[in-house]
Design a protein around this ligand. Structure first.
Ligand SMILES: Nc1ncnc2c1ncn2[C@@H]1O[C@H](COP(=O)(O)OP(=O)(O)OP(=O)(O)O)[C@@H](O)[C@H]1O
Length: 288
């Protein structure tokens, strides 16, 4: 399913934080949103997963206006993992994941055998089935993140919106989670080669459509973003300042200008994927 933002501006408390964003994530593509702290990534994503309405512009799924859909219909198509997501009450992990099935249930909603099976598969998919009976609030940050990803996968969406999904995860889990949301594609963004170890099991989300998920994700780690995303959009001060394939976008000039760092670019010796080596802050004095 295609996700398209056209001329989206977002205002919070009367202040325009995000300006005139046009962005496209083609069906099955993984698109990264990168930018410095406070550049507007979360605000833009909140508008995409409907926590905020756009002040101008539209968010469309295969041409249909997401903000004009009823909540249930939208939730069957698009799932989100917000930053600092969590639950206030101490539900069990199984109960948290089961919430992902609510958009598919009628009325008050009783879990069907299929709902239960999908939740179990989603938990297994993120390697968290052993946590099923535990209380959510007692989990570590990384465990919570995996459970919330399982909830999003159990929702069986066609589009996944993630705000810093690798927060709290160790390096192996960061690689695994990003490979996972790509529906089993473990190949990095560069030329074909061996990807991260531990290829995931067959897809949970997207299994009805038979297709890969369309993913829009904010990421702070530029190497992870380059490795996993098909395209990147760079935000600065609420505006897109660059967009395209990672190697084209993450140039030393852009990294100095937008992130204020000096960087060298190398290719991974085995996979060919872009790797950035950061050496110091790019201060005008240092660069002159
Ligand atoms: N509810 C709010 N009220 C006022 N200002 C806000 C609100 N939410 C966000 N902002 C401001 O909007 C700007 C963009 O914030 P946002 O959280 O979208 O950035 P971000 O790129 O996701 O940052 P980070 O990388 O630190 O998570 C910041 O200056 C922030 O202080």
């Amino acid at each position: 399913m295609r996700l398209e933002l056209t001329g989206v501006s977002v205002e919070v408390a009367g202040r325009r934080l995000v300006h005139d964003i046009t962005l496209r994530a083609g069906s099955g593509r993984m698109v990264g949103l990168v930018g410095p702290n406070g550049s507007g990534k979360s605000t833009l994503l909140r508008c995409v997963y409907r926590a905020l309405r756009p002040a101008a512009g539209s968010v469309r799924l295969d041409g249909a206006d997401l903000h004009a859909m009823d909540a249930r219909e939208g939730a069957r198509l698009l799932a989100a993992l917000p930053q600092e997501a969590g639950t206030e009450f101490d539900f069990t992990v199984a109960e948290v994941v089961a919430m992902g099935r609510l958009p598919h249930q009628r009325g008050a909603g009783r879990a069907s055998a299929e709902d239960t099976a999908r939740c179990a598969r989603a938990l297994a998919r993120v390697g968290a089935d052993h946590l099923s009976g535990r209380g959510f609030l007692g989990l570590s940050g990384g465990e919570k993140q995996r459970v919330l990803i399982a909830r999003a996968l159990a929702q069986d969406p066609q589009v996944l919106v993630l705000d810093e999904p690798t927060n709290h995860l160790d390096i192996a889990q960061q690689l695994e989670v990003l490979a996972l949301v790509r529906n089993g594609d473990t190949s990095p963004g560069g030329p074909p080669g061996p990807g991260p170890a531990a290829g995931p099991s067959p897809a949970v989300a997207g299994e009805e459509s038979g297709g890969r998920l369309t993913v829009l994700t904010a990421l702070h780690d530029l190497n992870l973003a380059a490795m996993h995303c098909d395209e990147l959009y760079v935000l600065a001060h609420g505006r897109i300042v660059a967009a395209g394939p990672p190697y084209d976008v993450l140039t030393p000039e852009l990294l100095a200008e937008v992130f204020g760092v000096r960087a060298h670019r190398v290719r991974h010796p085995e996979t060919g994927a872009l790797q950035l080596l950061f050496d110091r802050l790019a201060t005008p004095a240092a660069d002159s």
